[in-house]
Design a protein around this ligand. Sequence first.
Ligand code: SF4
Length: 302
Amino acid sequence: MKDLQAEIQLLKQKRKAIILAHNYQLDEVQEIADFVGDSFYLSKVATGIECEVIIFCGVKFMAETAKILAPDKVVLLPENDAGCPMADMITEEDLRKLKNAYPGAPVICYINSSAAVKAESDVCCTSSNAVKVVSSLPDRQVIFVPDKNLGTYVSQRLPAKEMVLWPGHCVTHAQIKVSDVEAVRARHPQAQILVHPECDPSVVALADFAGSTSEIINYAERSAAKAFIIGTEMGVLHKLKALRPDSQFLLLHPGLVCPNMKKTRLRSVYEALRNSQHEITVDEDLARRARTALGRMLEMAK
Ligand code: SF4
């Protein structure tokens, strides 16, 4: 493993590459990354980064987003078939039909979506800025795709908005049920329960805090509590344990492991760098339109 890490460092310098990793990646991948964070943070990093190659350790929509925001860079996805089931739950054709059914309503599209869906949207959002983005729009009625749970989370905070939702969801977060929260509360009454807004609204309603992976990490870092129950993908435990070695972290559900996020290993990063494999390309017209939607998000969320 040490040899592989050293090889990656050498290849990185040779290729003038930067490694970006999502908070849900395996510990070994987070440890060799130059930047680790949530989708919003990594989008901002991709926009301004100085390098020739971006190795994106995450899932396909994230690498596509990096390519759209940094079109002059070579973007490599170490595991070619690391996808996101939620992003696949809506197509651009589905979205066009929805737009026809609600003419005039602007479309806010969660970053967990394909480049083609982003291109059909007015503005993108991430879980850390969704409320801000939706509240910045003057329209009362808005279309929000594809995550129904994040859309519900936003609509509960912005009751003046009429939000048209799409029935997409994250299969990993959907495993958490109210009974899991109740059981953990009874067993660990002192612990703080921190969940992601991709969880079912009934779960979010019982939590002490809901936020993006970075917001969960920031919350735990500042909290006076010493025990936390985490309701998002287990990859965040790596940073949480490093930041709060004095505290106890437990997962709200044993199934909080995204199989797609866990496909990338040190070996995949090494091979992507060595063989320049799995380069992400995005059709130019789609990329231009998707960049407009992403650019609006970056502007609104400042
Ligand atoms: S955790 Fe859920 S939303 Fe995130 S990549 Fe995996 S399936 Fe997609």
